[in-house]
Write a new protein. Sequence first.
Length: 222
Amino acid sequence: MTRILVVDDEPQLLRALRINLAAREYDVAVAADGAAALRLAADWHPDLVVLDLGLPDLDGVEVIHGLRGWTKVPVIVLSGRSGSLDKVDALDAGADDYVTKPFGIDELLARIRAVTRRSASAGAEPVTVKIGAHVVDLSDKTISGGVRLTPTEWHLLEILVRNPGKLISQRQLLTEVWGPAYLKETHYLRQYFAQLRRKLESDPAHPVHLVTEPGMGYRFQP
């Protein structure tokens, strides 16, 4: 049974999530603040953490840093903050995905299923990936249909397709592909993803596989 630790300081939401998740046969524990969450995570070793950013004692990003000091447990962030900066900070700290409040339980459940699937298959590296009408072979660095990519395009594409469904922040992509000195050059990403979509998406103006999360980053949707 998958163990989920839910961290939120809203008692009604905490109760609703515990009931809904338990009804779907998840093993659920709850915490109302960051310190309790870190203690419970260390004692209980959950398979997934659902974490509110606005906690009374610690900021949610601090909790993620505390977790990442010893565990790679997947973290889904809940955020009622309208700006994207806090969510970006959470992703850069090691969060795997985020859901904006208010949210529907079906949306959260879908994110939980996606993250737990990724976690379960993390040890199995994909060799081929299908993007629309094209098959991408990561080992041979070839694409069906005679599509050719530049080394930079390959690097960006490979980061995304090796993390299917996961939101990869702009900061992470810029750091891994160009280096930490290029963190402000977000126009590089817009340019290269436009090129990738022209080569791989059937309708580049309405991409379904190489998806932009405005102000946040990019996601490969299989």
